[in-house]
Ligand binder design. Structure first.
Ligand SMILES: CC(=O)N[C@H]1[C@@H](OP(=O)(O)OP(=O)(O)OC[C@H]2O[C@@H](n3ccc(=O)[nH]c3=O)[C@H](O)[C@@H]2O)O[C@H](CO)[C@@H](O)[C@@H]1O
Ligand SMILES: C=C(OP(=O)(O)O)C(=O)O
Length: 419
């Protein structure tokens, strides 16, 4: 585990370039094993989750080369390998090996995934979908065994909630099923469109990604043809926008698809953050007079749960009483006691986060218990007087590309040390 040390108080300025989306990349890497030839990805973020996935691929005799921002994956010598535990638990997206192995081999043994500890994260919809496609699913002490010895067949699957993970896992299995699969109440996140684009470029037949009905006609073969460029990470972008508004003296955030961030940008505007939204970048001006707002997270295109914590330090600068309700993960509040340690006027009542204007945060020793809680503390540390030490900072590295370099480039005084 690592510690992040931040000397707060420096105004940030200059520019920062957003990396490829974590939540696309961590699905596309497992999806690559569906190909019968090499796959090349560009704009791959340098994050821990990517390293974990490439290491899991190695265990299946799938080699990869990560150079610059490009990853080349060669799944031509893949061996069907059980993944009951170990590295699987180090991230959430390892569950995509369920759909991908099932699509490739008609069977998969994959342990229950890890990922951010943000309250209960069941996978019942994934399992319901695999069963509808003709697989049998058993849970052997946490190792999920999925078998379809007679192959998968298309099915109509209605998801009880628009789950990102279930939508993607079912796409990965259904692209190789016989006949048509229809996913109803599918999640509509931009990352799902990215994954569908990747699969379609390999020969899959997926229509409707980005809407709540996705139709997949199964195909027999998939081949990596051209380099796939991962979309920009809208959550990383939102984190730097919040940081720029909170402690910036003019910051240009580059490589943004602003249409992916409509709900978030609307909230920043409502607060009075001054921005120039350009074709693929956003310039944030110093924004001294901020208005408090209420935030309610919703599935896309609503306000993303992954951005409620990174927005919180900025909310603390606004006047009045603010409220944050996370409808996806009501217990995603582990940053709150840490912010209190830094002097923030913030509390939790019945899973509602209530906050008031806080004149000055104080540096303190705090803990990043998950990625976005860590991002929140990182911004708070940059705003605070004195030194902030963030324990368990490896969690930040699960999702933030070259974060120390990017912050240093903006003028922050920050370093990562081994605990
Ligand atoms: C790797 C990845 O892409 N992670 C993202 C993904 O997580 P993840 O795919 O795990 O999140 P889901 O979209 O599946 O979860 C949405 C909601 O549905 C519930 N649910 C989900 C599946 C299921 O079978 N049963 C069930 O009850 C969850 O508890 C949650 O309340 O989407 C989340 C919601 O946008 C983001 O916070 C995560 O960053
Ligand atoms: C919750 C998140 O990630 P994961 O699903 O990978 O744990 C996140 O990126 O905020």
């Amino acid at each position: 585990m690592k510690k992040m040390l931040i000397q707060g108080g420096n105004l940030l300025s200059g520019e920062v370039t957003i990396g490829g989306a974590k939540n696309s990349t961590v699905a596309i890497i497992p999806a690559a094993i569906l190909a019968e030839s090499k796959v090349v990805l560009d704009c791959v973020p340098h994050i821990k989750d990517v390293n974990s996935l490439l290491s899991i691929l190695e265990d299946m005799s799938v080699s990869s080369i990560f150079e610059g921002d490009t990853v080349e994956i060669d799944p031509t010598h893949i061996i069907s390998t059980p993944l009951p535990s170990g590295k699987i638990q180090s991230l959430r997206a390892s569950y995509y090996f369920m759909g991908a192995l099932l699509g490739r081999f008609g069977e998969a043994i994959v342990g229950l995934p890890g990922g951010d500890d943000i309250g209960p994260r069941p996978i019942d919809q994934h399992i319901k979908g695999f069963e509808a496609l003709g697989a049998t699913v058993t849970n052997n002490h946490g190792a999920i065994q999925i078998k379809a010895p007679h192959g998968l067949h298309g099915a109509k699957i209605y998801l009880d909630m628009a789950s990102v993970g279930a939508t993607i896992n079912l796409l990965l299995a259904a692209v190789r099923a016989e006949g048509q699969t229809v996913i109803e109440n599918a999640a509509r996140e931009p990352e799902i469109v990215d994954i569908a684009t990747f699969l379609n470029n390999m020969g899959a037949k997926i229509r409707g990604a980005g809407t709540d009905i996705i139709r997949i006609d199964g195909v027999e073969h998939l081949y990596g043809r051209n380099t796939h460029t991962i979309i920009p990470d809208r959550i990383e972008a939102g984190t730097y926008l919040s940081m720029a508004a909170a402690i910036g003296d003019g910051v240009n955030v580059k490589n943004i698809i602003s249409e992916h961030m409509d709900a978030y940008l609307a909230k920043l505007e409502e607060m009075g953050v001054k921005m120039d939204v350009k074709e693929d970048s956003i310039f944030v001006y110093p924004s001294p007079d901020l208005k408090m707002v209420q935030v309610k997270t919703m599935p896309y295109p609503g306000f993303a749960t992954d951005l409620q914590q990174p927005l919180t330090p900025l909310l603390l600068k606004a006047k009045g009483e603010g409220i944050v309700v996370d409808t996806l993960y009501p217990k995603r509040t582990r940053h709150v006691p840490e912010l209190i340690r830094m002097g923030a006027d913030i509390a939790i009542e019945n899973d509602v986060i209530i906050l008031h204007h806080t004149d000055k945060l104080q540096g303190a020793e705090v803990s990043a218990d998950e990625i976005r809680g860590g991002a929140c503390l990182m911004i708070a540390g940059l705003m605070a007087n004195g030194v902030t030490t963030i324990d368990n900072a490896s969690n930040i590295l699960r999702g933030y590309d070259r974060v120390v370099d990017k912050l240093t480039g903006l003028g922050a005084i920050v370093k990562m040390v081994e605990e």
